[in-house]
Design a protein around this ligand. Structure first.
Ligand SMILES: [Zn+2]
Length: 424
């Protein structure tokens, strides 16, 4: 049945990427850039056209839509979510998507800048794409597969489900968010209005990949207070906060516990900003780990370094403030193991092997999970994100559409008729 479907994810995708939706980390408005609403509005209209009557964009640029259940069973309400904005790192204005049919492993030189070349030696994943149709940008912008691929996949899956009422499913919610790339993707989301029990973001990479783990994250701010006098008469009195800050930074672990020296499941302590004058100085840190008590250990280590340094300077003092940023979604997902289990099964039914990944960062999904909406991340096929070399395979995108269709079926199959199964 799936084989006869004329997939339209790539066609949709190539239209969406031409709309500039770059978000802005320095903006205080919601959404951070008004232009994101252009795509959101278009998406609400397209979902309506498909036949989803309640599709709409709200004042913050979020798109909500509902595909009604066509089953008699009591089935948990499942939401599919992706973000419309693109990263501030690379321009997203004037994107010219290029379709490279039947990729045979050659280097791809992008036409608008011959220095931008996609090479197999840089991207080993290209080895797995022989015979696929690839989409790239033209060399001067990012492509925006992150996350317009997710958006196109969800719209195409919605279209497929509406066209194929013989496929039984429960109520399905669709959510498109702005500002994910600047960490504000869930700021204005209305969880109650959405009314879903579980969700999946489509914001992952390699086909078959499934992410159920993210970092846990805290921010630490240290304020160092020195003692200020006229420098000409500072002997024995002046204590320079800048020098204390320098000493603290010099004592941070270098060969371990830093982003430069860790990967996989290791966490780190990462200074991101120093601001100050001789009298007082502030240092900002990111603390990351996969387990919450790993954060506590790193914060204790950092505090100990600060204490030992400051102690050497009579009259100096400091304060140390920890702010929670987000938590590993696994803490929530482990309580609802079927959410990940069914996703694995859907990936398998699409003919793919499951590739379990952990994200060394956060996602909308980690925030949603702790807002009461357990939410792992599914693949879209996107690669080299946030860069001019971003690429995606049309066939991988179609596999993601197929995975969504299998997934809603599985939720229906596994639900008992007439009984409530939303919370085990
Ligand atoms: Zn993304």
């Amino acid at each position: 049945m799936m084989e006869q479907y004329n997939y339209t994810a790539a066609e949709r995708f190539m239209r969406y990427v031409q709309i500039d939706t770059q978000s802005d980390p320095l903006s205080n408005t919601h959404p951070t850039t008004e232009k994101q609403k252009e795509l959101s509005k278009l998406l609400a209209g397209e979902l309506k056209q498909i036949g989803i009557e309640d599709a709409h964009m709200d004042e913050w640029g979020y798109v909500y839509a509902t595909i009604s259940s066509n089953s008699n069973k009591q089935i948990p309400i499942i939401c599919f979510c992706s973000h419309v904005d693109t990263a501030p790192d690379t321009s997203g204005a004037g994107v010219k998507p290029i379709l490279h049919k039947n990729y045979l492993g050659e280097d791809i030189v992008l036409p608008d800048d011959e220095n931008i070349v996609l090479r197999k030696s840089d991207f080993s994943y290209l080895d797995k794409l022989t015979g696929h149709d690839l989409i790239t940008a033209s060399g001067t912008t990012l492509l925006g597969a992150d996350d317009k691929a997710g958006v196109a996949i969800i719209v195409d899956a919605a279209n497929y489900l509406v066209q194929h009422p013989e496929i039984k499913h429960g109520t399905i919610k669709i959510l498109f968010t702005p500002d994910e790339e600047v960490g504000k993707g869930t700021d204005k989301v209305d969880i109650k209005k959405l009314g879903a029990d579980f969700a999946y973001t489509l914001d992952g990479g390699e086909r078959g990949s499934l992410e159920d783990e993210t970092f846990s994250a805290d921010a630490v701010q240290i304020n160092i207070h020195g003692v200020i006098t006229h420098p000409g008469y500072g002997k024995g009195k002046l204590v320079n906060a800048l020098k204390i800050a320098g000493e603290i930074l010099a004592q941070l672990p270098k060969s371990e516990l830093s982003p430069e020296t860790t990967d996989g499941k290791e966490g780190f302590i990462h200074p991101t900003r120093v601001e100050g004058i001789a009298e007082k100085c502030m240092i900002d840190f990111l603390i990351r780990d996969f387990v919450t008590n790993g954060l506590t250990t790193k914060e204790a280590l950092l505090k100990n370094i600060v204490e030992l340094v400051v102690k050497k300077y009579p009259g100096a003092s400091f304060d140390f403030k920890v702010t929670e940023q987000y938590r590993n979604m696994k803490e929530v997902l482990d309580q609802y193991s079927q959410v990940v289990q069914y996703a694995k099964e859907a990936i398998n039914r699409s003919g793919l092997d499951v590739v379990m990944e952990s994200i060394r960062g956060g996602t909308d999904g980690s925030r949603l999970s702790f807002m009461g909406l357990p939410c792992p991340n599914l693949f879209t096929g996107m690669h080299a994100i946030h860069s001019k070399k971003e690429f995606i395979s049309v066939q991988d995108m179609n596999k993601a559409v197929e995975t969504i269709v299998h997934l809603v079926r599985i939720w229906e199959e596994k639900s008992n008729s007439g009984s409530t199964t939303s919370i085990p």
